[in-house]
Design a protein around this ligand. Structure first.
Ligand SMILES: C[S@@+](CC[C@H](N)C(=O)[O-])C[C@H]1O[C@@H](n2cnc3c(N)ncnc32)[C@H](O)[C@@H]1O
Length: 256
């Protein structure tokens, strides 16, 4: 029997290059918005931490705007990929750290910016992780959190979580906006600003990137095809299984 973290390491250990190449991860209006927010609010000498950095796309987007960025992930192969790509891009101020969001190996008040993108839905102890992110932020520092949003409608949400888990055994849960606001407030980030964008997911590349076994690909298709009209419409499910989810961005400041 494996722990959830072991499952995650198996899932991501061999897929680092696929995530570096993935257009869903390498692009997106959320990255442009993140750059704009950081450029206008974080001083040029800023120290940043990217939690669950994966192949490093958020770190690469923010690197021109900070003096130092630590890219943290539990997966060694992901961190190898980040180091190689950072060197190729000339970002010598990107460092790596191997750990989890729930266990940030940094002193209190170490960073001006703590950020994370498309990772929090893998964290088993999200409330504790957000408190840890708050702990390592300096007073007045900023939190930038980007992730796939859960749905407020329970029927639609059940279908979204089901296909996510069938595709990726390391999926935990996409949180809806109301859940995010409650979690963020509990961690000390009241009044977080929020913005969201629809993201179309190409079915074939989505399951290929995660090496989803064909038996589970068939199960996902069955769930999608049998889904009621409300779900088909809310997730814009297409005939080949491609669909649309929502990416949410939260921006908050730690109290001084
Ligand atoms: C989809 S990738 C991240 C994408 C990346 N942040 C980007 O902007 O393209 C998800 C990452 O979350 C990491 N992860 C999973 N569980 C984690 C945890 N508990 N703490 C931190 N990172 C975790 C995985 O190892 C994986 O590299």
């Amino acid at each position: 029997m494996r722990t959830h973290l072991q499952t995650n390491l198996e899932q991501y250990g061999t897929q680092a290059q696929a995530y570096l190449d993935s257009p869903v991860h390498a692009q997106g209006p959320d990255l442009a918005k993140a750059q704009a927010l950081v450029a206008q609010s974080v001083a040029a000498g800023g120290q940043a931490l990217d939690v669950g950095c994966g192949a490093g796309h958020l770190s690469f987007a923010l690197a021109p705007h900070v003096a130092r960025i630590v890219a943290l992930d539990p997966s060694g192969p992901m961190l190898d990929t980040v180091r190689q790509a950072a060197t190729a891009k000339g970002f010598h101020h990107i460092e790596t750290a191997q750990s989890t969001a729930e266990n940030l190996p940094f002193a209190d008040a170490s960073f001006d910016l703590v950020c994370s993108r498309y990772s929090a839905h893998h964290w088993t102890r999200l409330a504790a992780a957000l408190k840890a992110m708050r702990r390592v932020l300096k007073p007045g520092g900023h939190l930038l959190l980007i992730d796939v949003q859960g749905e407020e409608d329970a029927l639609v949400d059940s279908h979204l979580q089901a296909i996510e888990l069938l595709r990726d055994r390391s999926h935990v849960r996409n949180r809806a906006v109301s859940q995010w606001h409650a979690l963020l407030a509990d961690a000390g980030f009241a009044d977080a600003a929020h913005e969201s964008w629809p993201v179309r997911i190409d079915f074939s590349s989505w399951v290929t990137r995660m090496r989803t076994p064909s038996t589970r690909v068939a199960m996902i298709r069955e769930v999608q095809i049998e889904a009621p009209k409300e779900v088909q419409e809310a997730l814009a499910i297409e005939t080949d299984g491609s669909f649309t989810f929502t990416t949410g961005l939260f921006w908050a400041q730690a109290g001084v």
